[in-house]
Design a protein around this ligand. Structure first.
Ligand code: G6D
Length: 348
């Protein structure tokens, strides 16, 4: 295992640190202390060619804005909170409305926009970076001083494991994730329309045309949301189903896992033969197929466009904040918040 760290000085004189983890098989993961942003993941194709499988900017300074959250840590609550408010134990909390009247991905200057304290570790079979900070009581409107510790670990079996730990001194809501856009074709050679996805899920959360949960769960059975036996993303892009059209012709939905098998999600690219397997202790995830990724962004391997990456945001469901019966984001005072998601890369 190898770890390299390099200081970057931006034009505004802000200083970031870039970390590059490399295992004995040649897989590399690069990330920043700013937003915990994953900028590169290099894995081989069937011919052993190492290529990048996540969307990232050519100029790291572009991460200062990063409206699509490329690679970023998301928190305190990933996803949308309707009306940018919630009531907890009889008290109403107002959050910044950063998407119309709604609150998205923890609000402005959230986990994706701060410089985390970092510490690296290196062992025979694994190496990683731990990101730490305290999100103070009232940050972006949320109650509780929340101590967060998030670790990216790369091992010699081509697993990238993301571990989230937290503790709050008050009852609050917390569900964190990572917002990497995966594209297994390598160096963004192709879009993700033909990626084959398998998801262990028989229910998903219905959205309205503002992408806000309606409070209903829908069966995947008989729809293009049924990925239990594998399906190409294209099916959701070409679909006339209202739920796909609300998402901008694709997917942007929370899938509730059945947990019938240890792997919750498998992503496969036929041409490169790359496969990514996702395992998580989370009850579900948002799958977003970059339907609304606009052209014009200068990425490492070319120009941005829709359907260039797939986000697999393992998390609890923000729908639980306003509706009964959804995987809960509630975190009790002094309760240990712990969740782990692993991404395993191989060729098939
Ligand atoms: C769009 O609706 C999607 C979100 O799910 C995603 O996180 C964001 O773009 C980056 O708003």
């Amino acid at each position: 295992m190898q770890i390299n760290q390099e200081e970057i000085t931006l034009s505004n004189q802000q200083k970031w640190t870039r970390f590059t983890l490399k295992n004995d098989l040649g897989m590399e993961v690069s990330c920043l202390d700013f937003g915990g942003i994953i900028t590169d993941i290099l894995v081989p194709d069937i011919n052993g060619k190492m290529e990048n499988v996540v969307i990232g900017y050519q100029n790291e300074e572009d991460y200062l804005d990063n409206p699509n959250y490329f690679g970023a840590l998301i928190g305190r609550v990933a996803g949308r909170i309707a009306g940018s408010s919630f009531t907890l134990e009889g008290k109403k909390y107002r959050l910044p409305a950063n998407e119309g009247s709604n609150h998205l991905h923890g609000g402005p200057n959230a986990f994706n926009k701060v410089i985390w304290e970092t510490a690296v570790f290196e062992e025979d079979n694994q190496a990683g970076v731990t990101f730490s900070r305290q999100s103070n009581d009232g940050e972006n409107g949320y109650p509780g001083n929340v101590k967060m510790q998030i670790t990216y670990t790369l091992d010699n079996q081509n697993n990238l494991v993301v571990t989230y730990r937290g503790k709050s001194d008050q009852d609050t809501f917390l569900t964190t994730t990572n917002h990497s856009y995966f594209n297994l074709s390598g160096d963004l050679k192709n879009g993700i329309q033909e990626h084959k996805i398998t998801i262990d899920s028989s229910q998903f959360v219905e959205l309205d045309n503002n992408l806000i949960p309606t409070g209903r769960k829908l069966a995947t059975e008989g729809t293009v949301f049924d990925f239990r036996h594998g399906r190409q993303i294209r099916d959701g892009i070409d679909s006339t189903y209202e739920q796909n059209q609300f998402a901008g012709n694709g997917y942007d939905h929370y899938f509730i896992f059945d947990h019938h098998q240890p792997e919750q999600v498998i992503v496969f690219d036929e041409k490169s033969r790359r496969q990514m397997t996702v395992k998580t202790d989370q009850p579900g995830m948002v799958m977003y197929t970059s339907n609304t990724l606009k052209p014009g962004l200068n990425l490492k391997e070319g120009n941005s466009q829709p359907y260039l990456g797939i986000c697999l945001e393992t998390q609890a469901s923000p729908a639980s904040i306003h509706h009964e019966g959804f995987p809960s984001c509630f975190l009790a005072k002094d309760e240990d918040y712990f969740t782990q998601t692993s991404f395993h890369f191989e060729v098939k």
